[in-house]
Design a protein around this ligand. Structure first.
Ligand code: KG4
Ligand code: ZN
Length: 336
């Protein structure tokens, strides 16, 4: 079964054609990141307008690269929550138009479920149940993926998402938005021992908190500036990356131990972080657990992951009517 999938929940306009939830026939991503960079973050109205301008061309390209006509796809999948609502609505309305015109089923997909499903593409042998750490620009969760469309949330962030913390730490050392990937890059030459950072405390055993860490980094750079001293950005980046990946791993390890889950996955934009990837690789090896990580191009936002999850939503009968609406917020364990 072939799905045409659309993703427009943030600053990437993306379309893909995916077969049987696992095989990517095409994946087109038009990133607006440069345009938002001068504002230090995504400007929602600009994002919506760019999606509106580009979505037709991006979709045409995805169909052409897959060698598929619209009439040949079996369903249209679209990110319908969560995300910047104006941006989400562009994709939702476009997908509704396509589904209506072509007479195809419309499949709404939860964006974060999509991030988890990126692992199905990279690891064709992966099937639920497994444990997943989801770390993106807007979310940090530990979930048990009980089935393709059934999730149990074990832990979540109490304040900032991991990606937000990376972006704010990056900004405090002068890196442009979104700084996570640049912070990761410069950290490779840094000394992770140089700047000791606090370990946050959380009420829930598998919950996260990143706002204290963010404040610690900002304070370090303010104090240095007041003393007229220069911070070593590479060392701060390395200290921050090591700290955050250590926290993420510790919580994931505790959740895996307590649940007895021996198959562990990571997902979301921050799952591209080299320190996190190394930490979970080492930890899983020590425990004898099987680790699943999306290949790097599938960690960030893309439509292929929406097509992968969309396939399983379709199999579960989770289609929508022409009254489908987008939602800015939605839990991963609830339905449309
Ligand atoms: O999943 P994603 O692409 O979008 C959301 O759904 O939010 O995640 C984007 C986040 C950004 O905060 C970005 O800085 C972060 O992922 N990110 C990274 C890395 N690559 C992307 N953070 C740390 N290290 C990276 N290599
Ligand atoms: Zn995302």
């Amino acid at each position: 079964m072939k799905l045409l999938s659309i993703e427009s929940s943030c600053d990437e306009t993306a379309a893909a054609v995916v077969e049987d939830g696992r095989r990517v026939l095409s994946s087109v991503i038009d990133s607006q990141v440069r345009e938002h960079q001068i504002y230090g973050g995504v400007v929602p109205e600009i994002a919506s307008r760019r999606h509106t301008e580009n979505i037709v061309q991006v979709t045409r390209l995805a169909l052409a690269e897959a060698g598929a006509a619209l009439a040949e796809v079996d369903a249209i999948a679209v990110t319908a929550a969560p995300g910047l609502i104006g941006a989400v609505l562009v994709g939702v309305n476009f997908a509704k138009g396509l589904a209506l015109a072509a007479g195809k089923p419309l499949v709404p997909v939860h964006h974060i479920r999509g991030h988890v499903a990126a692992n199905y593409i990279t690891h064709p042998e992966l099937t639920p149940p497994f444990l997943c750490l989801i770390v993106s620009g807007g979310h940090s969760h530990i979930v048990q993926v009980e089935d393709y469309t059934t999730y149990r949330i074990l832990g979540r962030t109490q304040d900032d998402a991991a990606g937000e913390a990376f972006d704010k730490a990056a900004r405090s050392v002068g890196l442009p938005y979104p700084g996570g990937v640049a912070l990761d890059r410069i950290s490779r030459d840094g000394n992770p021992e140089r700047y000791p950072l606090p370990t946050p405390h959380t009420a829930g055993k598998y919950d996260f908190s990143f706002s204290g860490l963010k404040t610690a980094v900002i304070n370090l750079s303010h104090n240095a500036a007041q003393k007229g001293e220069a911070l070593a950005p590479e060392d701060l980046a390395a200290s921050f990356c090591r700290k955050v990946s250590g926290i993420l791993w510790d919580k994931l390890e505790a959740a895996a131990r307590d649940t007895g889950e021996r198959r562990v996955a990571i997902a979301g934009g921050v799952s591209a972080n080299s320190w996190l990837r190394e930490r979970v690789e080492q930890g899983c090896q020590e425990n004898g657990w099987q680790l699943y990580m999306p290949e790097l191009p599938l960690c960030g936002d893309n439509a292929a992951m929406i097509g992968a999850q969309g396939y399983y939503e379709l199999l579960a009968g989770n289609t929508a009517g022409m009254d489908l609406n987008g939602r800015p917020y939605m839990e991963i364990d609830s339905g449309f």
